[in-house]
Write a protein that binds this ligand. Sequence first.
Ligand SMILES: Nc1ncnc2c1ncn2[C@@H]1O[C@H](COP(=O)(O)OP(=O)(O)OP(=O)(O)O)[C@@H](O)[C@H]1O
Ligand SMILES: [Mg+2]
Length: 410
Amino acid sequence: MTDERIIVGLDIGTTKICTVIGEVAGDGVLDIIGEGTVPSDGLRKGVVVNLERTITSVRQSIQAAQRVAGVEVHSAWVGVAGSHLRALTSHGMAAIRRGMDITRSDVDRCIENAQAVPLEANMEILHVIPQEYVVDGNDGIKDPIGMSGVRLEVDVHLVAGAQGPLANLRRCAEDAGAGVDGLVVQALASGLSVLNRGERDVTTVLIDIGGGTTDVGVFRRGTLAHSAVIPLGGDHVTQDISQLLRIPPDEAERVKKRYGVALPELADRDVVLEVANPSYTASISTFELAQVIRPRVVEILDLVRSNIEQRMGALELLAGNVVVTGGASLMPGLDQVATERFRLPVRIGKPEGVSGLVDVVASPAHATAVGLVRYGMLHGSAPLAAAGRRDGRNGAGLFSGLRRVLKDFF
Ligand SMILES: Nc1ncnc2c1ncn2[C@@H]1O[C@H](COP(=O)(O)OP(=O)(O)OP(=O)(O)O)[C@@H](O)[C@H]1O
Ligand SMILES: [Mg+2]
């Protein structure tokens, strides 16, 4: 097996750093052959704030995965989150010469025109994702090459990030010994690993609730059509519990995982938690605990809803279902609260369609890391982000982006 078949995903999260090593088997099946997870304490809301600590943890995570896989990691696909990300959809048009069929260069020109949008000077384009094409007013076309027409149009979903946070993220991977194959928005990666075929055929909302951020992706027929990062996650629930019970965050985290439910009706009314600090004693039932958790979960889900609706209109008209993933989706009752808030079918998603160490990565917390490997599988080794950096151009990746653009769906 050559090294080209080894693909590595590196999820630098707010609460954990996770490396997943995949190997593409001859039949195209993705085998998970290594995994390493270590706690993370150098990020805030998805953004690196302490380089040294993060580099140390990334190195540990890679080493742990290498030990399991028995291979050396040279480079990785790295996930990006944080409020610095900007996502927008823009329209492009290209005229087709009379009597000629639509060619690859017409499509590239159309996509390039769609990228002519004003972005702040310090922004770097990460993804250029064409939606469906329109030829002479006929919409719904996935691949227009070879068709006849005089006017080609496309909507393109663009995702850009601020150069500072992106440079810090690259530095963490590189200083830990892994070159960056590419930076990938976390919602896109998570969607690649958890959405099933049926969900890819329709419009599906993917919500990855992590520790510090909630990553949102709307996938229309398998293509990312909208993305956003909400700077709230499971750690905010932990903070609420810590304040309520006046206990340190690590104890509040234990209480949350052991007794926390998002729906008070699910709480065991007979269980009462006794808090006995030197300065404070209290008792609280798990029902009361759930009454504190629920509003925070509702707040996060309602922010997701309003973010999508601001850009795309009423959710019920837009989407067929919702898939929630990320570590915080493990909280019992979260799916029921989400069903109630979105009025759509909801399921909790975890990575699917892989073999090898299936049980190790079959958790919602692994959605991003496994999805990064899947992304690497689809996109080969052309390093869009790394190329942009070598160019040293602002907002760049524009042309390097074009090369991979047509593969930015699944
Ligand atoms: N069994 C559980 N019940 C409730 N919450 C849980 C459970 N297991 C994990 N969590 C929560 O999930 C969150 C971590 O999720 P995840 O590992 O997906 O985050 P991350 O990727 O490190 O963070 P981010 O994506 O925000 O950068 C934490 O808030 C943690 O408390
Ligand atoms: Mg995450």
